[in-house]
Ligand binder design. Sequence first.
Ligand code: ZN
Length: 326
Amino acid sequence: MKKTVSTLLAIFLLLFLSASGYTEQFAKQHTEQKNGKSIALTLDDAPRSANGYFDGKTRSEKLISMLQQKNVPQVAFFAVTSRLDQEGSERLMRYANAGHIIANHTHTHPDFNQLSLAQYQSDFLTAHEQLKNYPNFRPWFRFPFLREGNTLEKRDGMRKLLKDMAYSNAYITQNNYDWYLESLFQHAVKNHATIDMQALRDLYVDIMMQGIRYYDEMAIQHLQRSPKHILLLHEMDITALFLGDLIDQLRAEGWTIITPEEALMDPIASYKSSALFKFNPGRIGEIAKNSGQSKGLWHTSLEESYLKQQFNDRVIKTVKELSTAQ
Ligand SMILES: [Zn+2]
């Protein structure tokens, strides 16, 4: 009799647990551990111009509340300080006060291929002075266009300056052309095209996931493991609109969102490319190139013609012709 009671109790307990979604939750956690893939989110060019779909204030408020809603406590914003007018400064401060990291992305967003070492260093230092007192400032540098110097003198000169100032090179492992999707979107908004927002959301998530899977596979091929990834994003309207959906998709595929600080603890953070890059595909591409891979350093989802075609086919529903776009 006693045995029957405990068996019944066990059955009830099991029914209760599965009804409460506990087992599902457990299975999901288990998959995440097994998958072991992790990624940090970083947004460049803050405060980026905002005069299309959202104004700057709306964009930043949407970004902050979306990250909160999705339980992502910390991302990093890489600031371009020449854009810190009153509205821009307020926007950057809003991110800092929400607990996000503020870091250096130069004063004027120059192309290192076009500047001397001295000019570039001075641009970097101007930004440092303007940012160093922000709450949550970190001495992290994101090279604009990921260009780290096209001569040995420039590359090693910046490496030395970063070291002397106790800065980290905040590389990315996950490259994409999200900024190009944004420009197609803003152009369509300006031209009053009929935009299918659901389709735009699907396209954004689809394009970003294509790149993420691709660079993770490339990393595994060369490192025999999935490193802690750092995703390149930009402080833009499509990010404010759809980053939440991308986060959902990442989690559905077993990824864990980590802080940028945690990502920078991966051993690849101290990797120093021996090859010089005029155009840099990101750290996974650097590692691949140094171990002999010469093709496919930029994925198809980073091709403007591909993105434009996808955008026109999938997102613009009634106005087919966007021949004047970019
Ligand atoms: Zn940038």
